[in-house]
Design a protein around this ligand. Structure first.
Ligand code: TGC
Ligand code: FAD
Length: 396
């Protein structure tokens, strides 16, 4: 005898009572973003993804719900919340789509954060309020066609011309670049030292062609950055940061958000698979009654729960400014891998229906292939952990 159990979509999301560790502010932020995603993202995302179109109208809404720089100070366009609130917001956005979370990650952690942390006060005032309100869209240019995992080999460069710098080179795989009003760009000076700067879209010699043909992150727009003798005013170059630790510090912020975000994608796949397993019948009973399906679902919620605990503890460390880059790497790697495995298992539970856009699973699965690679690949993060525990640097 079997029975069909009515499920509240979110009832199994907190298997270990982690909500008890959250504050009222965290829970409020979560429900506000969750409602926004349900209303603004879920109804349109399959269509935009199908057409490989970016829902650019969502930038304003993302700004309104405080998704850009949630943990940056309010006077600089941020949300003034803590790191756990930032993580929870990324989780709820990625429950909708990794591309929507990407919009927020880039704007907040890779554009607003470096300007907040490294630019002059005048530059902060010039750019941050417009970025926080969504009036400006920003992008982050580190990766080059021949330098992805190894950004220290970059060849994009600036030359001191006295009253300005001349910027030459190109960047590849840049989220939001074709839409961006400004780009935070990393380039080497004449001494070979990596410097950061803000490049504005109207500067002559700067273009940002779109990259087409992605099977992943299709609702997110990706492009190149091309610099041909671009005159960059001296005041646009960050005065106080030199070397690769500049861009890597921004990546730490964004990787932290991804560690939380991936849980959202995993939860959406798990929800869909759980409900399907209770509704779909084969051999005279729901497929959820078969032990092999239960194994998949039990392992999914176990892995999600472990990832939630990792993210929560990382968030507590980050709130005390104690989260190390290696701890962030571990969480980014584990949680994205977890989400991708769950998407693949959830796809199987949906049978043939799993490959269609009737369900969100295949879209999440394709998106997560990018998430596994950007912000440091799965194997690069493994090597960061390896270096941390052994003391041997496999990159040198
Ligand atoms: P290495 O010699 O290890 O380090 C250079 C300096 O940086 C310091 N450092 C960090 N600082 C802050 N945060 C971190 N996470 C840091 N990691 C390292 C380090 O202490 C050192 O400081 P100092 O004072 O001694 O100069 O550098 P390396 O050249 O050996 O590289 C190490 C490696 C491979 C780990 C690094 O290059 C790396 O992480 N590579 C992966 C590249 C990557 O993640 N690219 C991402 C591009 S952006 C992107 O993907 C955005 S996707 C956006 C979206 O849509 O969401
Ligand atoms: P490669 O570095 O060429 O790596 C290829 C393979 O070799 C990987 O499996 C890698 O793990 C492996 N490998 C490399 N080195 C080692 C090693 N030492 N040991 C073992 N294995 C190794 N970048 C930005 O700057 N800004 C953005 O906004 C941005 N957005 C992106 C959006 C999308 C959709 C994508 C796909 C990428 C984006 N990226 C962005 C670039 C992303 O960060 C890079 O793709 C990533 O860092 C990997 O670089 P790569 O693609 O050149 O791969």
């Amino acid at each position: 005898m079997h029975k069909k159990v009515a499920q509240d979509k979110y009832q199994h999301h907190d298997y270990y009572g982690i909500d008890a560790l959250l504050t009222e502010d965290h829970l409020l932020a979560r429900s506000a973003v969750r409602e926004w995603v349900k209303k603004e993202v879920s109804p349109i995302i399959e269509d935009y993804s199908n057409r490989a179109a970016c829902p650019t109208h969502l930038f304003k809404g993302l700004a309104d719900i405080g998704a850009f720089g949630p943990s940056l100070p309010m006077e600089y366009g941020g949300g003034g919340m803590d790191e756990i609130a930032y993580g929870i917001i990324m989780q709820e956005l990625e429950r909708g789509d990794s591309g929507i979370r990407s919009m927020a990650s880039v704007q907040g952690s890779l554009v607003m954060y470096p300007i907040y942390r490294y630019a002059s006060e005048e530059q902060k005032q010039k750019y941050l309020p417009k970025l926080g309100s969504g009036e400006y869209i920003g992008c982050f240019g580190l990766t080059e066609p021949d330098h992805g995992s190894n950004p220290s080999g970059m060849i994009t460069n600036i030359k001191d011309m006295g009253d300005h710098y001349l910027l030459n080179g190109s960047k590849m795989w840049i989220t939001n670049s074709p839409l961006a009003d400004i780009a935070v760009v990393w380039a080497k000076d004449e001494e070979g030292v990596i410097r950061g700067m803000v490049v504005e879209k109207d500067m002559p010699g700067f273009s940002a062609p779109e990259i087409h043909g992605k099977w992943s992150l299709r609702a997110s727009i990706t492009g190149e950055l091309v610099f041909e003798d671009v005159k960059v005013p001296k005041e646009n170059v960050f005065p106080d940061i030199k070397g690769l630790k500049g861009p890597l510090s921004c990546l730490s912020k964004a990787r932290y958000g991804i560690a939380w975000g991936a849980i959202g994608a995993a939860l959406d796949c798990y929800d869909s698979a759980l409900r399907y397993s209770q509704e779909r019948e084969q051999f005279g009973k729901p497929i959820g009654a078969f032990q092999l399906t239960q194994k998949k679902l039990a392992e999914m919620i176990t892995e999600i729960t472990k990832a939630q605990l990792l993210a929560w503890r990382l968030g507590s460390l980050a709130n005390d400014s104690k989260a190390t880059p290696a701890q962030i790497s571990m969480a980014k790697r584990n949680n994205v891998d977890m989400a991708l495995n769950i998407a693949r298992e959830a796809r199987q539970i949906h049978g043939g229906m799993g490959i269609t856009n009737e369900y969100p699973v295949m879209r999440h699965m394709m998106n997560l292939e990018t998430v596994l690679t950007y912000e440091g690949t799965h194997d690069i993060h493994l090597l960061i952990t390896g270096m941390d525990v052994t003391g041997f640097n496999a990159f040198k």
